[in-house]
Design a protein around this ligand. Structure first.
Ligand SMILES: [Zn+2]
Length: 88
């Protein structure tokens, strides 16, 4: 199975950010969440991995730690943009 692991990371950080009281005003509907993810992913490099059962994450955690600051920055930027321009 081929997957873009960056999608996993972005979804996880987005969920964390949406729980943060600082970002309470950001809409949490599925349209906005997908828009935020799409926008962040377009600004980040994809990170394709192959996995048999979707459980290979431990070996990629160093990649995630290395790129954490950049990923969080892009997710927040996308969340702020989408909350000003919601698609609904
Ligand atoms: Zn929304």
């Amino acid at each position: 199975m081929l997957m873009n692991y960056m999608e996993e990371i972005v979804s996880r950080y987005l969920d964390k950010i949406l729980k943060d009281p600082e970002y309470a005003s950001i809409c949490k509907c599925n349209f906005c969440k997908d828009d935020i993810k799409a926008m962040a992913l377009n600004n980040l490099n994809p990170f394709y991995i192959t996995t048999k059962r979707g459980e290979v994450y431990a070996e990629y955690s160093s990649y995630e730690i290395q790129h954490q600051a950049e990923i969080i920055k892009e997710v927040i930027k996308a969340a702020e943009f989408v909350s000003l321009h919601p698609n609904h």
